[in-house]
Every structure is written in structure tokens, then in C-alpha cells.
Design a protein around this ligand. Structure first.
Ligand code: NZQ
Ligand code: ZN
Length: 390
């Protein structure tokens, strides 16, 4: 296990009714709030009214930035920065999923930076300071509610890039599983696939010895695989929604990632698909992941895939060819994704051959997967992985 720092200062208020703590967690930072949200789901399900009425009752001054897009755009970030400056905003409240939270993080840091916030995606060291951020999570997926990451899209340049910094970590996050009851099947499946992908990206890494992280990851994978189907058929099942929500936070707050070496593999590839085709992040990952797994399965990696098959899928490996065991684990994953209603080909999400080569080259250019991924991938490798998803 490598040395690491684990610093997650987010105050997590978890459970039904935790919105009652909203003004308490906001107050230390001020009363002038920029409330950031997406396309309106929070107005339909009542979260907006509840949050606003509580803040108004406590004399908060609220400015709103509505309409944050899934795969949030840099233009929206720029608009948010201007609004904060014009209104002397003291604290940002993000109400939504990963897109709204990521956009709010970039706004929060953008206010404290003199240049263009798009610079953050090219150089993370520019994220030095940020306005305080509080979140109300409405969707289990990204873990953005408890981490320092932010992923922003620039449609002009077809770039979707990650940035981040300690200053962007939310000060507090309200995690009420009942707020996710209205998340539709598509987004529930996508979010669950995204959580799994975060766990896979940290599980399939070059160095061994981080057994704590591996066993926690396997437990979280099993949890998501158990509860996603329940949430899909019974959307108001509290036990399912609460386990998915807490898995989302724990899968990407560092717990399963630290002490390990190397960069992620599927995310840099998926970010290219989203940048060019604006597809749903978790769906793109679900399509790429099995193809990536089969591509990298070899004598060098088979042992790890056998652990995955045994510990996550309870597959008996006694006296069996390890490659058969490994492939059975991957088959089970595909079966699960299919049963959740996720399409398993790029064609089904509107992606044809046209930009496959370009996206493969950019996935390598925008990341270090050709150097330090679990299995190093060059543009030809990425192209083969994507072509196998057609
Ligand atoms: O915009 P609204 O109206 O809120 O609707 C959203 C959106 O259409 C809807 N939704 C959210 N909560 C809902 C709801 N609908 C009904 N009821 C609710 N309670 O769901 C749709 C998707 O929302 P979005 O925020 O885009 O989803 P998600 O949480 O999956 O975030 C995806 C973004 O996060 C990035 C992705 O790349 C993508 O841009 N990621 C961020 C990471 C991070 N910060 O650490 C890591 C991830 O790997 C990921 O890259
Ligand atoms: Zn993700």
C-alpha cells in the first residue's frame, strides 16, 4: 500500500428529513446564497420549495442559477461566476446530481480566480481557493457530494475534462435518500453503473497490498448490485435508495482509491464519448467497461479478475480454468447491466464509426492511460475497445 493523505472534511447529514439542518450548515459561511440547480426536477418533486422556504424563514438572501445541463457546460460556470461577483455571494448551495455539484465547484473556485475557469481543466494547481459549497444531493452516482472532483464540458472545443482541488470539497452535504425516489429508471441505472465504475477503476490497479481498499470496494460492488434492481422496480424503496446513495459517496471519496497507483481507464474514454455525443456518463461507462475488461484480460491480469468473480459474484473457481472464471464474472456484469435496461452497444446511443479514431486519440491525449493505467492503453487499444462495443 502506498502512502496517502485522506482528508474529507465534508459534514455529511444523511437520512430522511435531514434538510432540517440546511440553514445550520449554511450559516457559518454567510447568508447570501447562490442556489444552483438543473433543469427543474427539484421544482417538480418539492425539494426546491422545501429548501427555499427554510432559507427564507431564516432570512437568507437567495440568488438562483437554474438550468445546469447534464454534462455541465463551461458557459454556465462563467455565468455563475459573474452572478457571484455581482451579488457578493458568500456561499453556494448546489441542489442536484453530479452535474449541478460539479458546475457549482467550478463556479466556487472561479470566483476566487482572475482568469477563465476553463483554465482549471488544463492546470489543477490553479484551484487554490473557492467559495464555500454546500450540497443537497438528489441522485446517487458520482460521489461529487463528498470529493474534490469536477468535470466540465466545453462544447466549442468538444472537450470534457476533469479538474479538482481541496478547496472544492463540499463543506456539508445533505443526503436524503427519499430525494432520489423520483430519479427515473434510465438515470437510476446510469448512476448505479457509474458507482460500480468508480469502484472498478480503483479495484483494477497495478499495485497490490491495499487489501482494505479492495475488500471495501468488493462490499460496495455487492451492495450496488443487490440494491440497483430493487430501486429500479420499486423506486420508493428506502433501503435500496439509501444504500445506493451512501455507496455513491463512499465509492469516490478516496476510501477505495488511496494507497493505490495508476490512473483510471474507462473514465477518460467515456469522457470523449460525452464530449462529442453528449451521452449519459454512466451509460457510456456501462457500455465500455465489459469491452475494456475482456480486452485487458491476460496472464498478467487474470488473477485480479478471478478475485472479482469469486468475491463479488460468488463464483466457485475450484479446479477451473482461471480464464473461464474471469469471463464468467464479466458475463455476470453484462447480464446485470442488461437487466437494468442499459443498452450494451454504442450504436444504441447514437454513436457510429465516424469519430471512433479521433476519440481514441483524444482519450490518450487528455490522460495518461498510455503510461500508468492498470494495463497501459494507446490509441490503437482504445480504438479496439470501442470498436468491440459497436
Ligand atoms: O437537471 P435536473 O432537472 O435536476 O435533472 C437531472 C438530469 O436530467 C436528473 N435528476 C437528478 N436528480 C433527480 C433527477 N430527476 C428526477 N429526480 C431527481 N431527484 O437526472 C439527470 C442527470 O443528472 P446529472 O447531475 O447529470 O447526473 P449525475 O449525478 O450522474 O452527474 C453526471 C456528471 O458528473 C460527472 C459526469 O461526467 C457528468 O458530467 N462526474 C463527476 C464526478 C465527480 N465530480 O467526482 C466523477 C464522475 O466519474 C463523473 O465523471
Ligand atoms: Zn464516473
Amino acid at each position: 500500500m502506498e502512502n496517502f493523505n485522506f482528508y474529507v472534511p465534508t459534514h455529511v447529514c444523511f437520512g430522511e428529513g435531514q434538510i432540517k439542518q440546511l440553514t445550520t450548515v449554511l450559516k457559518p459561511y454567510g447568508k447570501k446564497v447562490l442556489m444552483v440547480y438543473g433543469g427543474g426536477s427539484i421544482k417538480k418533486n418539492g425539494i426546491y420549495d422545501d429548501a427555499v422556504s427554510r432559507m427564507k424563514a431564516d432570512n437568507f438572501e437567495i440568488i438562483e442559477l437554474a438550468g445546469v445541463e447534464p454534462n455541465p457546460r463551461i458557459d454556465t460556470v462563467r455565468r455563475g461566476v459573474e452572478m457571484c461577483r455581482e451579488n457578493n455571494i458568500e456561499v453556494i448551495l448546489a441542489v442536484g446530481g453530479g452535474s449541478t455539484i460539479d458546475c457549482s465547484k467550478a463556479i466556487a473556485a472561479g470566483v476566487k480566480y482572475e482568469g477563465d475557469p476553463w483554465d482549471f481543466t488544463k492546470d489543477r494547481s490553479l484551484v487554490k481557493d473557492a467559495l464555500p459549497l454546500v450540497t443537497i444531493l438528489t441522485m446517487a452516482a458520482t460521489g461529487s457530494e463528498m470529493n474534490m472532483g469536477s468535470v466540465i464540458t466545453n462544447l466549442e472545443t468538444n472537450e470534457k475534462l476533469a479538474t479538482g482541488g481541496v478547496a472544492m470539497i463540499p463543506k456539508a452535504s445533505i443526503l436524503d435518500p427519499t430525494y432520489t425516489y423520483t430519479v427515473n429508471k434510465w438515470q437510476t441505472a446510469a448512476g448505479s453503473a457509474d458507482i460500480l465504475s468508480h469502484l472498478f477503476e480503483c479495484y483494477f490497479t497495478v499495485n497490490e497490498g491495499a487489501a482494505v481498499q479492495n475488500r471495501i470496494a468488493e462490499g460496495l460492488m455487492k451492495t450496488v448490485l443487490e440494491y440497483a434492481p430493487i430501486a429500479l422496480t420499486d423506486p420508493t424503496n428506502y433501503e435500496a435508495r439509501s444504500n445506493l446513495m451512501w455507496s455513491s459517496s463512499l465509492a469516490l471519496n478516496g476510501l477505495t482509491r488511496l494507497g493505490k497507483k495508476g490512473v483510471w481507464s474507462c473514465h477518460p474514454i467515456e469522457h470523449e464519448l460525452s464530449a462529442f455525443y453528449d451521452i449519459t456518463h454512466g451509460i457510456g461507462l456501462a457500455i465500455i467497461t465489459p469491452s475494456w475488461m475482456r480486452y485487458i484480460l491476460s496472464e498478467q491480469t487474470v488473477e485480479k479478475f478471478v478475485s472479482f468473480a469469486e468475491n463479488v459474484w460468488d463464483i466457485d473457481s475450484n479446479n477451473r480454468d482461471p480464464f473461464d472464471v474471469a469471463n464468467e464474472g464479466i458475463d455476470k456484469l453484462v447480464e446485470s447491466f442488461k437487466s437494468w435496461g442499459i443498452p450494451m452497444t454504442l450504436a444504441e446511443v447514437g454513436i457510429d464509426h465516424e469519430k471512433i479514431r479521433l476519440m481514441s486519440e483524444l482519450a490518450v491525449k487528455h490522460s495518461t492511460i498510455s503510461e500508468d493505467a492498470f494495463v497501459a492503453l494507446n490509441a490503437d487499444d482504445v480504438e479496439k475497445i470501442l470498436l468491440a462495443c459497436m
